[in-house]
Ligand binder design. Structure first.
Ligand code: ATP
Ligand code: MG
Length: 461
C-alpha cells in the first residue's frame, strides 16, 4: 500500500531496518514518516521502532549516538544519514505535564498508544508492505481528521506540548480537529503556558515557517492559545485604525493578515516580526488617542524584545526581530532619502527581511507598493561595491596628519563616509582634504586639536 521512496535517505533507513531484522529483532518504520508516505509526500526523516534495547542497537551498528537512553532512542549513522532508532516503549505518570516518570519497553501496540495523534501512531513494515494501525490512524487519514489517541483530555494533561502540536498538524495537513479532541484542547488551553519556553519556541518555529502560518495562528486563536502565548496581542483586538489606510480592520486582523501576506514558508525571524510589528499600537494609541499611533514602532520593538526573551529566542534572533519591528515604518520615507541613507539601509544584514515585512504590511492594509517598488528598484540597480565601497581613509590617516585621537576624528570620518556614499567624493586626496577641513571646523578651538609643534599644510589659516 506504500510505494517505496527512491531517495538515498530512505535507502539508508531501510538498510538500518533490515539489519535489525537480520539480527532477529522486530523493526518497523514509525510515526511521522508512515503518515507522510501514506499521504504521498516525502518524509522529513525516517524513524525506526524496534524491540531491540538501546544496548543491542549500539552493538549492532558501527556509528551510533545515544540521544536518550532513558527513552530508548539511539541515532544510527548510516551512509551519512542519521536514522533514529527507538525501542518500543510505554510512558506513564506524567506528573509534571512534561516528562513521563517511568518508561517501560514493550511491543508496537502499546508504543502506538503512547503517541499523540492517531495519524502519528502507525507503523509500516516495508518488507511485507503492511501498515500496523492500532489506533485508527488509517481511517482518520482518509477522513482528514486529527484525533488524539485514547482519551483526549488525559493525553493533553499528560504532556502539554501536544496542545500546540495539534495546531501544527491540523494546520499543516488541513485536517479538521475531531470534536472531543478540540473540546479538550480548548478546555486545557491554559496549560500551554506550562510548556517550557524552549519546547514552545521550537513548536512556534515549525508552525510559523510552514506553508500557511496565518492559518495556524487563526487556529491557535480559535483554540484559545494565541492570546495565552502572546497576551500582548490581545490588546490589538478592537484597536481601531483609520479606514483609508486600513480597510481590513483592527490591529489584530491586520497583524494576522500581514503574516499571511508574507506567503508560504517565511523565515522565523520575519514571521515573528510580522506577528509583532504593530504590537506597540494599542499602547501608543492609549497615549495619543484613537487612530493615533506615534512611536508605536519603538514601543513595539521593546515589547518584541521582551517577548523574544520570554520565549528564549537566541540573542541574534531577538535583536533582528526587534530591529525589524523598530524599522518597519522606514520605507515610507524612502523617496525622500539621500543616497547614503539608502545605501546604509541596503547594507543592513536584515534589509531583505525588512523589505518583505514592508511589502506584507502594505499588502495587508491599503495595498500601496509605491515605496516598496521605489526602494527595490534602487536596490536591484545598485552594484554591491557601491553599497559598501571601501573606505577612502581611516583614523590613522588623520592621526598622521597631526590630529589627536578622539571623538573629533570619528565625526570627521563619518562625514567623509557620508560624502563618499552620496557620491560627492571618490578619491583619497579629496577625502583627506575634506577630513582636514572638517576636523578643523568641528574642533571647538580649531587648530588646538592638533598636537603642538606638528605642522600640517592642509590646515586652513
Ligand atoms: P514532522 O514531520 O513535523 O517531524 P512527526 O510526526 O515526525 O512530524 P516528531 O515531532 O518528529 O513529529 O515526532 C515523531 C513521532 O513521535 C510523532 O509522529 C509521534 O508519533 C511521536 N511524538 C512526538 N512527540 C510526541 C508527544 N509529545 N507525545 C506523544 N507522541 C509524540
Ligand atoms: Mg519527525
Amino acid at each position: 500500500m506504500i510505494d517505496k521512496p527512491k531517495d538515498e535517505s530512505y535507502a539508508m533507513a531501510e538498510q538500518v531496518l533490515r539489519r535489525l531484522r537480520a539480527s532477529g529483532r522486530r523493526a518497523l518504520f514509525a510515526g511521522g514518516c508512515v503518515r507522510d508516505l501514506l499521504m504521498g509526500c516525502a518524509p522529513k526523516d525516517y524513524d525506526v521502532a524496534t524491540d531491540a534495547t538501546p544496548e543491542q542497537v549500539e552493538d549492532l551498528f558501527e556509528r551510533t549516538i545515544q540521544v536518550g537512553r532513558r527513552f530508548g532512542v539511539t541515532v544510527v549513522i548510516q551512509g551519512g544519514e542519521a536514522v533514529e532508532v527507538a525501542t518500543f516503549r510505554t510512558e506513564s505518570d506524567y506528573s509534571d505535564g512534561r516528562h513521563p516518570d517511568a518508561v517501560d519497553f514493550c511491543g508496537p501496540e502499546q508504543d502506538a498508544l503512547r503517541r499523540d495523534f492517531t495519524i502519528n501512531a502507525m507503523f509500516w513494515d516495508p518488507i511485507e508492505d503492511r501498515v500496523l494501525d492500532y489506533a485508527g490512524g488509517l481511517e482518520d487519514l482518509k477522513g482528514s481528521v486529527l484525533r488524539a489517541v485514547g482519551d483526549a483530555e488525559t493525553r493533553f494533561r499528560e504532556d502539554h506540548i501536544r496542545l500546540i502540536r495539534a495546531v501544527r498538524f491540523a494546520a499543516r495537513l488541513h485536517f479538521e480537529i475531531e470534536e472531543k479532541t478540540r473540546r479538550a484542547i480548548r478546555r486545557l488551553a491554559h496549560l500551554v503556558m506550562d510548556v517550557s519556553a524552549e519546547r514552545l519556541r521550537e513548536e512556534l518555529r515549525i508552525i510559523l515557517t510552514d506553508d500557511d502560518p496565518a492559518a495556524a495562528l487563526r487556529l491557535m486563536d480559535e483554540l484559545d492559545m494565541l492570546g495565552r502565548i502572546f497576551p500582548e496581542l490581545e490588546d490589538a483586538r478592537g484597536c481601531e485604525q483609520p479606514e483609508n489606510y486600513h480597510p481590513e480592520g483592527d490591529v489584530f486582523v491586520h497583524t494576522i493578515l500581514t503574516v499571511e501576506k508574507l506567503g508560504p514558508r517565511p523565515d522565523f525571524e520575519l514571521a515573528m516580526a510580522a506577528l509583532l510589528h504593530d504590537v506597540g499600537k494599542p499602547q501608543a494609541s492609549r497615549r495619543a488617542g484613537r487612530y493615533y499611533f506615534p512611536d508605536h514602532e519603538r514601543i513595539g520593538a521593546e515589547m518584541a524584545r521582551a517577548i523574544c526573551r520570554r520565549l528564549r529566542l537566541s540573542n541574534q534572533e531577538t535583536m533582528r526581530i526587534r530591529w525589524l519591528v523598530k524599522r518597519h515604518m522606514y520605507f515610507k520615507d524612502a523617496q525622500k532619502m539621500r543616497g547614503r541613507t539608502l545605501k546604509r539601509l541596503f547594507a543592513e544584514p536584515g534589509f531583505e527581511q525588512l523589505a518583505e515585512l514592508h511589502r506584507a504590511d502594505a499588502l495587508a492594509s491599503w495595498g500601496n507598493l509605491t515605496d516598496y517598488e521605489y526602494v527595490m528598484a534602487h536596490y536591484r540597480d545598485m552594484p554591491p561595491e557601491q553599497i559598501e565601497p571601501e573606505r577612502l581613509i581611516n583614523g590613522s590617516d588623520l592621526i598622521e596628519m597631526g590630529y589627536r585621537p578622539g571623538p573629533l576624528i570619528g565625526k570627521a570620518l563619518r562625514k567623509v563616509r557620508d560624502a563618499q556614499l552620496d557620491g560627492e567624493i571618490t578619491g583619497r586626496d579629496e577625502a583627506l582634504r575634506l577630513a582636514a577641513e572638517l576636523a578643523d571646523r568641528l574642533s571647538p578651538d580649531g587648530a588646538a586639536e592638533k598636537r603642538a609643534g606638528h605642522d600640517d599644510t592642509t590646515k586652513e589659516g
